[in-house]
Design a protein around this ligand. Structure first.
Ligand code: DX5
Ligand code: ZN
Length: 218
């Protein structure tokens, strides 16, 4: 239904030269970049905040997809939208008003997404599916780049893809964590149309060929 999109994760870029790492994505003709935000609580790591997103915004026309790995994401929606995010996605696992927060993201003119960790079943987000532009299925435990893809997440993708079809919904279905040229086709076959790639993208010997492989899925 959706054309396949590769969304490189800036987490694996050069943090001394983040603007250059964004430009690499844009120069390849890609449309989207994935921005990982970590709070040291929901995940055992820290990355960067809205000030960095705002600093990168004027130099790029890319669609900024901001993945909030935060215990209290509802407290940080406005700063990340003001900073120039085009989509903000929030996890289902912490306790807060998920539906209200998704609605607030939309009301601020931004796309919204819901994210599920490997240990969280698809059922946990079933009721929210009509309210989101994106469903992100974590294919590693979030917190660090460079981890191994978990093939046991494929049934969850198939389930979400089936619900999308049966309920005539339009959300994008994205995978994040350990995605590379050995597993992206399996994710696509299971229903994913949007692919985060950090380590495999930035370390690719031939990024043109890497991006082309994803484009060919369409
Ligand atoms: C994991 C992050 C991912 C990460 C992916 O916590 O949400 O976006 O950057 O990196 P790779 O592709 O290296 O697994
Ligand atoms: Zn991410």
């Amino acid at each position: 239904m959706h054309a396949p999109l590769l969304s490189p994760s800036l987490l694996a870029g050069d943090h001394a030269r983040l603007a250059d790492s964004v430009r690499v994505v844009e120069d390849l003709g890609l449309a989207r970049i994935h921005l990982d935000i970590m709070d040291g609580h929901f995940v055992p790591n820290l990355s960067f905040g809205p000030q960095t997103v705002a600093a990168l915004r004027p130099g790029s026309k890319l669609f900024f997809e901001t993945h909030l790995m935060l215990d209290e994401p509802h407290r940080y929606i406005e700063p990340f939208i003001k900073a120039g995010s085009n989509l903000v996605c929030i996890h289902i696992e912490p306790a807060y008003d998920h539906a209200g927060t998704l609605a607030r993201i939309r009301a601020l003119g931004c796309q919204c997404g819901i994210v599920v960790n490997p240990g969280t079943p698809a059922e946990a987000i079933s009721a929210l599916l009509p309210s989101v532009d994106l469903v992100l299925v974590m294919t590693v435990q979030p917190g660090f780049g460079g981890q191994a893809f978990r093939p046991d997440m494929l049934p969850k993708l198939r389930q979400l893809s089936a619900w999308r079809r049966e309920r005539n919904l339009k959300f994008r279905l994205e995978v994040d964590g350990g995605i590379d040229l050995t597993n992206f086709a399996d994710c696509h076959a299971a229903g994913a149309d949007t692919f985060v790639a950090g380590t495999s993208f930035y370390r690719a010997a031939d990024r043109v060929a890497f991006a082309a492989a994803f484009a060919r899925l369409g």
